[in-house]
Design a protein around this ligand. Structure first.
Ligand code: SF4
Length: 334
């Protein structure tokens, strides 16, 4: 019998751990499905997360800081990096760090500190002022787009590697190429394109999204330093609905990341996506599931014939179509 794509082992994620630094965030992005609130991780829980990650045999395991807005707790981020570097050093290894941020608190002092670490920044930026007007406002309804561009300039001047993470919505697909061109024009060299999940796309919008991505990869918008790199062309993240990424929650519970990042639209996922707790899990490698195992867990909470099941199937189809497209492009077809 032919092996289905989802039966194959997923990416080797035993060298990567996400940590939910805090659920607090100043932004109110329209597509955000995180249950925002004041909860934050304790320093001890953060250390346990680092200890678990260091059970990975990877030479440079990666700790990925998520939220909420992790820079609201830069004290914790700093402490995690200091602890991680100290713990990795005796074995001759290094941790890599990835910090996601909405950019509102990214300043030169933090960048100077990050530049001394093995850290990369994922800056959430959708593009033009209109894109932020549509989806990325703060609690008072402001986009603070000019301030974000100042943060971007500071990031470009720093020695900290970074990329932009742009979210596309079905409503603004026609403007998406212009938004990516806006980023290229502001000196962004690399962009990871995401699509909104938790809303139906339907067949026509799915085709439009594939066509857009194909065009962006074939002919990326150019900035002064050349064409922007569309990171989707070479990473292997699709379908994102079946992400096998492991996330340590603020209270030390371990989950597949969908349980946290899709919570407001799929609240029952927490019951199906648990992987134990920090302190109990012995090795990172024991936590990594295949995509078909992730699919089984989704099927338990989003069965066919229910509204959640229909939405899950729609969003999964978007990811499967993109996966096929990207593989075809990588192999020189399509
Ligand atoms: S998407 Fe990120 S920046 Fe936007 S509200 Fe959610 S946590 Fe905050």
């Amino acid at each position: 019998m032919a092996e289905r794509d989802s039966d194959k082992p997923g990416r080797d994620l035993s060298g990567s751990l996400m940590v939910m630094v805090t659920y607090a965030c100043q932004a109110r992005c329209s597509y955000c499905l995180v249950s925002r609130g004041p909860r934050a991780m304790s320093a001890r829980t953060m250390e346990r997360a680092v200890d678990l990650l260091l059970t990975s045999p990877a030479r440079e395991p990666q700790l990925r800081f998520f939220g909420g807005e992790p820079l609201l707790r830069f004290d914790l981020v700093r402490r995690a990096m200091e602890y991680g570097d100290a713990r990795a050093r005796p074995s001759g290894r290094r941790l890599r760090y990835m910090l996601t941020t909405n950019g509102m608190l990214l300043d030169e002092a933090k960048l100077r500190w990050l530049a001394r670490r093995n850290a990369e920044v994922m800056f959430s930026l959708d593009g033009s002022p209109a894109a932020h007007e549509a989806c990325r406002r703060d609690a008072r309804g402001r986009t603070r787009h000019d301030a974000l561009l100042r943060s971007l300039s500071a990031l470009r001047r720093s020695r900290v590697p970074y990329f932009a993470n742009a979210v596309l919505t079905p409503e603004r697909l026609e403007d998406a190429r212009g938004d990516i061109a806006f980023l290229a024009g502001r000196g962004v060299r690399r962009v990871q394109i995401c699509y909104q999940v938790g809303v139906p796309w339907g067949a026509a919008r799915r085709r439009d999204l594939c066509a857009l991505l194909r065009g962006l990869i074939a002919e990326p918008p150019r900035g002064r330093q050349g064409p922007i790199e569309i990171m989707n062309a070479h990473n292997d993240c699709e379908p994102v609905m079946l992400s096998e990424e492991v996330l340590a929650d603020t209270d030390g519970a371990l989950f597949l990341d969908a349980a946290v990042f899709l919570e407001r639209r799929f609240p029952r996922l927490r019951g199906a996506m648990g992987l134990g707790r920090l302190g109990e899990a012995e090795r990172m490698a024991d936590l990594v599931l295949s995509r078909s195992q992730v699919l089984e867990r989704f099927a338990r909470t989003c069965p066919p014939g229910t509204p959640e099941g229909a939405l899950f199937a729609d969003n999964l189809r978007v990811g499967m179509d993109l996966r096929k497209l990207l593989r075809g492009l990588r192999e020189g077809g399509c």
